[in-house]
Design a protein around this ligand. Structure first.
Ligand code: UDP
Length: 477
């Protein structure tokens, strides 16, 4: 059936896999609601157009050519933010010149690391909306620290495990801001402020669930004073399951999973960006072997410092584990987690991986590194109690934790809780659930936006009712 498309939305994702994926999923959600979707993306890590024939793509010169992007630092992020400004502005100006009645550009939705979009949108008087690709718990803890950094830094080694009561359940070691030698440097604080800021944006979209994080969302909304639309989990709310992978997925691991007993395999993956040293690789390898459990392990090229890929594994490792273990460079993760053979997920706790695991009722072993990962790991292990946190990367500890998750009574309790947690999240996606209602509200909200903002900047107020956000949009012109 041909759907009459309403207005267009322009999406501006950040170039990392964990950010690109939820933005493309949001695009699918909005497309299914009748919007035309245009994705303005960087050249680096450009999405695969053929996976999304329903979108229009526009590539922006990102100024990153020749830069080492194996782990993008502040220099590349700022350069990209500067370089993309003119290409986006010129593209939008052209679009606006060619606009026809009834086919107007409604708004720009941008990842909060693409903070340059605020300048462009303000100049062109276009409404903009920020996408948060992580949990409310992460942003809330970051804001608390940014308000009084001197209260937290520098800290002593002896304080690492001390609790931070105002940030419960976090400890000093879980502080979600890039800490070097127990302190934080001014450029990192500036960057954290930029990404937490929403500039003149008129709303925020979240890939989380209102029922899960209600009180944190309420307190954040009081801070930002714009409507929040929590539509998570995006990967289940999106009607199309197109691949969003930048790397090529090795589907042969699904055939290997087909040969394993139900509920027997540990899936191991540290996401698209994290890197470990060879010592940790070897300890993990022995932990897996000694646990005696089948495993599927993603070792991404470049994910072991100083090595191309998995060459640092102990000699004869693959022969030793034989059919019991399988190593791939990149897996179709959502399919893997949904496979009946998978019983547990050894993860770095990126937010996408976290949601994908919970929605397939797979309990977790948490090995966080930085940013939102320590916050997710603490919530998963201490609040939701659907996983165990690995604090020490030694083979005996790893082996014990795997056996606890896969074989013990405690492991069974964790499994029960993740099943319950999934049920609650699924309820949010039903017709009368919060994510579903918030999506309807978002569609109304975008449809009612003025096509051009007239100064002074509009004031949008939102009232949060007990079970969903009611939007009260006051447009002052
Ligand atoms: N992923 C995948 N195959 C892999 C490893 C990861 O498809 O072998 C996907 C995973 O499904 C998730 C994303 O990569 O959607 C990683 O995002 P996340 O937020 O978990 O972590 P990040 O990579 O941003 O650290």
């Amino acid at each position: 059936m041909k759907v009459e498309r309403k207005q267009s939305v322009v999406l501006v994702p950040f170039l990392l896999q964990g950010h690109l994926t939820p933005m493309l999923q949001l695009g699918s959600i909005l497309y299914s609601q009748g919007f035309s979707v245009i994705v303005a993306h960087t050249q680096h890590n450009a999405p695969n157009y053929s996976n999304h024939p329903e979108f229009v793509f526009h590539s922006m010169d990102d100024g990153l050519k020749g830069m080492d992007m194996s782990f993008p630092g502040l220099k590349s992020i700022y350069r990209m933010n500067e370089s993309c400004k003119a290409p986006l502005r010129n593209y939008l100006v052209r679009m606006m010149e060619e606009e026809e009645e009834g086919d107007q550009l409604a708004c720009i939705i941008y990842d909060n690391i693409m903070f340059f979009v605020d300048d462009v949108a303000t100049q062109l008087r276009l409404p903009s909306i920020v996408l948060r690709t992580y949990s409310a718990a992460y942003l809330d803890s970051m804001l608390t620290i940014l308000q009084q950094p001197e209260k937290y830094f520098p800290f002593k080694d002896s304080q690492l495990l001390d609790p931070l009561p105002e940030l419960h359940p976090l400890r000093f070691k879980d502080i979600p801001i890039n800490v070097v030698n127990n302190t934080v440097h001014a450029p990192i604080l500036d960057f954290s402020r930029s990404m937490s800021d929403i500039g003149s944006s008129v709303a925020t979209i979240w890939n989380t669930m209102q029922d899960l994080e209600n009180s944190l969302l309420l307190s954040l909304q009081e801070h930002y004073k714009v409507p929040f639309f929590t539509l998570g989990p995006f990967h289940k709310m999106a009607p199309m399951a197109s691949s969003t992978s930048i790397l090529e997925e090795d589907n042969s691991c699904i055939e290997w999973l087909d040969r394993q007993a139900p509920n027997s395999v540990l899936y191991v993956s540290l996401g698209s960006l994290m890197r470990i040293d060879d010592k940790e690789l070897i300890e993990t390898a022995w932990g897996l072997v000694n646990s005696d459990q089948p495993f599927l392990w993603v070792i991404r090229p470049g994910s072991v410092y100083g090595f191309q890929c998995a060459e640092a594994l102990p000699d004869g490792f693959e022969e030793m584990v034989a059919e019991r273990g399988r190593i791939v460079k990149w897996a179709p993760q959502k399919q893997v987690l949904a496979h009946p053979a998978v019983a547990g997920f050894f993860t770095h706790c990126g937010w996408n991986s976290t949601l994908e695991s919970i929605l397939e009722e797979v309990p977790l072993i948490c090995r966080p590194f930085l940013a939102d990962q320590p916050v997710n790991a603490r919530y998963l292990s201490q609040i939701y109690k659907v996983g165990f946190e690995l604090e020490v990367m030694e083979r005996t500890v790893i082996e014990k934790t795997i056996r606890k998750l896969m074989l013990s009574e405690e492991g069974k309790d964790v499994k029960k809780r993740v099943v319950d947690m999934k049920q609650n999240i699924v309820a949010a996606m039903q017709i009368d659930g919060t994510s579903h209602k918030n999506l309807n509200d978002l569609v109304d909200f975008i449809s009612a936006l003025p096509s051009r903002l007239t100064p002074p900047t509009p004031v949008f107020g939102a009232i949060m009712s007990s079970n969903h956000i009611t939007i009260k949009c006051i447009i002052e012109s």
